[in-house]
Design a protein around this ligand. Structure first.
Ligand SMILES: CC(C)(COP(=O)(O)OP(=O)(O)OC[C@H]1O[C@@H](n2cnc3c(N)ncnc32)[C@H](O)[C@@H]1OP(=O)(O)O)[C@@H](O)C(=O)NCCC(=O)NCCS
Length: 294
């Protein structure tokens, strides 16, 4: 496209970018203002800006969560310049950058109904790694049930999570709202240290366990993993609302695989009408070799 330039973001782009992001989603606005400073300072990834005749009109963010674990997010094009191939151009620059990072896996998440993004994902050979339902709910004051996991639970919990249906259905990923990280012992250790893991003890083992990260983008508490028997899943889902209130957060969220978890989450007080479908896309293994030109 004539006049289109792709380059690293600059702090001076802030006004123009946040300006057009105000209307990304008409009812909700956008979370970019809350992450802009962090993203621009992130030396491990890259924040790309598309400039048309000198004016910033689009962006895309690349992050590296752990060595070789690449995450893409924040693809945006100013409403006034959409449907002209700008997102396509940003994505090509994103993929060129990613190729140089020699990743093990490249992933991103989008809404089930975001046909533009899904179309671009499939065109570039991404495969669906997980389908989830994301619920939001007001926080509430009530007593949290269960106990926070501690260091002594690490090994047993790690096995419990690795053998869970949840992890099988998410291709090994833990949800942090709209971000998904590869589960690992090191990640679990960090969550335990931060008091983000709760368990329901049951005759020497676990009736259930859940992880409650914070959403990077919304500053809301979220539930990004849950497993166990039905009563435990319901208790742990309710806990999210109560923990959020105890942290003075007005809202909380929950992301669970579409299959097998929705009924218990809805029974715990989350409503279908306040939910959306999420799709996590992944480029890994042989598909990634094509990207690396191997
Ligand atoms: C999604 C978005 C980035 C697309 O930007 P764009 O510059 O208009 O996209 P392009 O013109 O480069 O089109 C890219 C592809 O998406 C398709 N597309 C674009 N908008 C579309 C729409 N509203 N519905 C269906 N397909 C659409 C195009 O046809 C094109 O497909 P093709 O390559 O097969 O021809 C832009 O609409 C946007 O900022 N949306 C809000 C934020 C968002 O949804 N970001 C992604 C979140 S994960």
């Amino acid at each position: 496209m004539k006049g289109l330039k792709l380059r690293d973001a600059d702090p001076a782009d802030r006004k123009a970018i946040l300006g057009f992001c105000r209307s990304t989603w008409p009812e909700y606005g956008d979370y970019i203002p809350r992450v802009w400073r962090k993203w621009i300072a992130d030396k491990g990834g890259r924040l790309i800006v598309a400039e048309l005749d000198g004016r910033p009109v689009g962006m895309g963010k690349i992050s590296e969560f752990s060595p070789g674990e690449v995450w893409l997010e924040g693809l945006r094009v100013d409403r006034r310049y959409r449907r002209q191939g700008i997102a396509r151009a940003i994505n090509l620059e994103v993929l060129r950058t990613v190729r140089r990072m020699k990743p093990r896996a490249v992933r991103f998440c989008t809404g089930m109904t975001n046909s533009a993004t899904r179309r671009m994902a499939e065109r570039h050979g991404f495969r669906v790694a997980a389908r989830l339902r994301y619920y939001w709910q007001k926080s509430r004051k009530a007593r949290v049930r269960g106990t926070f996991a501690d260091r002594r639970d690490l090994d047993r919990l790690c096995d419990f999570i690795l053998n869970s249906k949840f992890l099988r259905l998410t291709s090994g990923l833990i949800a942090e709202g709209w971000i998904f990280r590869e589960f690992s012992r090191a990640l679990l250790k960090r969550y335990i240290y931060e008091k983000r893991v709760m368990v329901i003890p049951k005759s020497g083992t676990f009736g259930g366990a859940a992880i409650y990260p914070s959403e990077e983008n919304d500053r809301a508490l979220t539930l990004g993993f849950v497993e166990g028997d039905e009563p435990s899943i319901r208790v742990l889902a309710k806990n999210c609302m109560y923990l959020a209130r105890s942290q003075d957060q007005p809202y909380c969220s929950i992301a669970v695989p579409t299959r097998g978890y929705a009924r218990n989450v809805e029974h715990a007080g989350y409503m279908r009408k306040d939910s959306v479908g999420q799709v996590v896309y992944e480029l890994a293994g042989a598909d990634l070799k094509r990207l690396s030109g191997a």
